[in-house]
Unconditional design. Structure first.
Ligand code: MV4
Length: 449
């Protein structure tokens, strides 16, 4: 097992990782920027190294500075968390070169899944269902129009380096193709310095259902059931839950088997997520694979009663998994609490938290790095807490979430708490009747406190 892990991240996930390390008897090193000196991850780690100014490029994204901190603290492993360098193949490779274990998959696996055309091609070869499309990069508009007519409109153009919706365009007929092609290409080039575009059939009103998987260094891969992440706004997830209200036992068997196939096809090592689009007939298609621990991992932890960070550290240390799949034993929902003003287009609302009281009680979990008098810096992601509730049924879980949201006191800044209160009251949400388009026609006027 590792002696000392450096956590190359900040905020709630840094704290989350420190907690598990402590429980495993592993020493921890926090790195922090000048804007985070008052952060709890700095206080709770055994050692802390200031690596630079607030700007991420000079701190949490700065590989030479992080490697210097690894060296001076004599850390034998790095946990990247999510975001920042978590899916940076160059960083994973540099760690390897320095003889430091990157807690995650190999650089090659990160690279393979980071390029969406390569990922899709790998899944086709593995026999995982994918959306019909170009199966490779498009050369020009003429080829795109030809394929669009073969598979039928509407189609969607996607950037091979994409994710998060950037460089994506829906095309409904031949006449729209040229404009969509040029704007997708331009956006992809500006965002990723890679303007490779592919096309596939546009799946209308899909659900986003993802499977948590874990693979060890001996080729074993298991799934830990699904999360429904359809409640998102502009590709930012706001609520995640497990099990998916849309799931059936039969579908879980089929999708779980596909997720395992996806993992095995690349000899996956670590915890990962296989994302699927699911249409209203319960057809499912591979969308992307995330090679990191995700923000929403606690809903899985709560329904299967396992610590995913612990599993992640164990497989990184070379301990084999049992190979058993897990089914949800309970229902869990996570609400992301962001420092944002819901009534003003979710505009960031950083600043000093003058009063903070988190909900408590049976089945209530709050993962957060903030506290009364903490100042939310304007430089990073606006998520300040995750409220996770678990109960025997979805109905009870929603009631518990409403009770917990009512107990949440956060003063001094605007947050997404009022949005979650309005969502939990929504009839369609309560019935489990939603897809990825749900928030496009949600009345945010109801979110006033
Ligand atoms: C799609 C799709 C419909 N059909 N692909 C959005 C982000 C990127 N990861 C892929 N995305 C989508 N791909 C086909 N062929 C609809 C989306 C999509 C979406 C997917 C998951 C969660 C939210 C979404 C919101 C809008 C569009």
């Amino acid at each position: 097992m590792f002696n000392k892990i450096l956590i190359a991240n900040r905020g709630e996930i840094a704290l989350r990782i420190i907690r598990t390390c402590k429980e495993m008897g592993i020493k921890t090193v926090a790195i922090y920027s000048k804007a985070d000196a008052e952060s709890l991850h700095v206080r709770f780690a055994d050692e802390a190294v200031c690596i630079g100014p607030a700007q991420s490029s000079e701190s949490y994204l700065n590989i030479p500075r992080i490697m210097a901190a690894v060296e001076i603290t004599n850390s034998d492993a790095v946990h990247p968390g999510y975001g920042f360098l978590a899916e940076n193949a160059v960083f994973a490779e540099i760690c390897k070169k320095y003889g430091v274990k990157f807690i995650g998959p190999t650089a090659e696996m990160i690279q393979k899944m980071g390029d969406k055309v390569t990922a899709k091609d790998t899944m086709i070869k593995a026999g995982v269902p994918v959306v019909p499309g170009s199966n490779g990069l498009l050369k020009d508009v003429a080829q795109g129009i030809k394929i669009a007519n073969q598979i039928g409109y509407p189609v969607i153009l996607k950037a091979t380096a994409g994710g998060g919706g950037k460089g994506m365009r829906i095309v409904r007929n031949d006449g729209e193709f040229d404009d969509a092609w040029h704007s997708a290409k331009q956006e992809a080039k500006a965002s990723f310095s890679n303007d490779g575009i592919y096309v596939e059939k546009y799946v209308e009103e899909p659900r986003h259902i993802e499977f948590q998987i874990v693979g060890d260094q001996f080729g074993n891969v298991a799934h830990l059931s699904e999360r429904d992440c359809s409640i998102q706004r502009r590709h930012q997830k706001l609520v995640e839950e497990s099990p998916s209200p849309f799931m059936t036992e039969k579908l879980r068997k089929k999708m779980g088997a596909a997720a395992i196939k996806a993992g095995k096809s690349i000899n996956y090592e670590g915890v990962g997520t296989v994302e699927f689009l699911v249409d209203k007939h319960r057809n499912f298609y591979f969308m992307e694979m995330n090679t990191r621990i995700q923000v929403e991992h606690p809903v899985t932890e709560e329904v299967i009663d396992h610590d995913l960070i612990k599993e992640q550290i164990k497989v990184a240390a070379g301990i084999p998994i049992t190979g058993k799949n897990y089914e949800p034993l309970l229902h869990a929902i996570e609400c992301r609490i962001n420092a944002e003003d819901v009534c003003n287009g979710f505009r960031p609302s950083p600043g000093k938290i003058t009063s903070f009281h988190s909900p408590k009680g049976h089945g209530v979990r709050v993962d957060t790095h903030v506290y009364s008098s903490y100042s939310v810096p304007p430089f990073y992601d606006s998520m300040i807490a995750k409220l996770i509730c678990k109960a025997q049924t979805r109905e009870e879980c929603i009631l518990k979430m409403q009770r917990a949201l009512d107990e949440f006191i956060i003063e001094g800044i605007k947050t997404t708490v009022p949005f979650h209160k309005a969502l939990m009251r929504n009839e369609d949400f309560r019935k489990g009747n939603f897809d990825t388009g749900f928030l496009n026609h949600f009345d945010f006027g109801e979110c006033k406190d």
